[in-house]
Design a protein. Structure first.
Length: 168
């Protein structure tokens, strides 16, 4: 309870955390190892949203979007985001989305399907915005390194990487 009329505000549940929260000691090494593997495969770190959910976010900073003439910053959700956690069966599960423009869509979906990642849906990320990306919602379960490599390959077909010379 606040004292002397002080107001308290709840912590932002979506704010990135520096160090991962305390983990169950029996799962700690397994969790850190699996999610470190995911970060290495994707080539970018993530953050823990809880002791058992690891989130990797890839913003589409290459896009200039506007709705009714007002700019939409990439940080407003124009991003690919992947939520990793463990199933009680022992597999790693990912729920997420890839932000892909219409000319990237088929290659992204092909890369995801090649790695046995299921496509849940595709939908526009914004209404009333020209050139807005589509959200390719996805689900997969399996080994963290395999899932990470497949997601990395799908991301390779988006943004500036799409135009990079092969092998870079």
């Amino acid at each position: 309870m606040p004292r002397d009329g002080q107001r308290t505000t709840p912590a932002d549940p979506l704010a990135p955390e520096g160090e991962p929260p305390e983990l169950n000691p029996t799962d700690s090494a397994r969790t850190r190892t699996a999610f470190a593997t995911v970060a290495a495969a994707l080539g970018r770190p993530g953050v823990y949203r809880s002791p058992d959910v690891y989130v990797v976010t890839v913003r589409r900073n290459d896009l200039s979007l506007a709705v009714d003439g007002m700019p939409v910053p990439a940080a407003a959700g124009i991003e690919s985001v992947f939520h990793f956690y463990f199933c009680p069966c022992g597999k790693t599960i990912v729920l997420g989305q890839v932000a892909a423009q219409d000319h990237e869509l088929n290659d992204v979906i092909d890369a995801l399907r090649a790695g046995k990642i299921e496509i849940i849906s595709t939908a526009p990320m914004l209404l009333h915005a020209r050139g807005a990306p589509l959200a390719v919602r996805l689900y997969a379960e399996g080994k963290p390194d395999e899932i990470g490599r497949t997601l990395r390959e799908a991301l390779r077909w988006t943004g500036k990487e799409r135009m990079a010379p092969a092998g870079n």
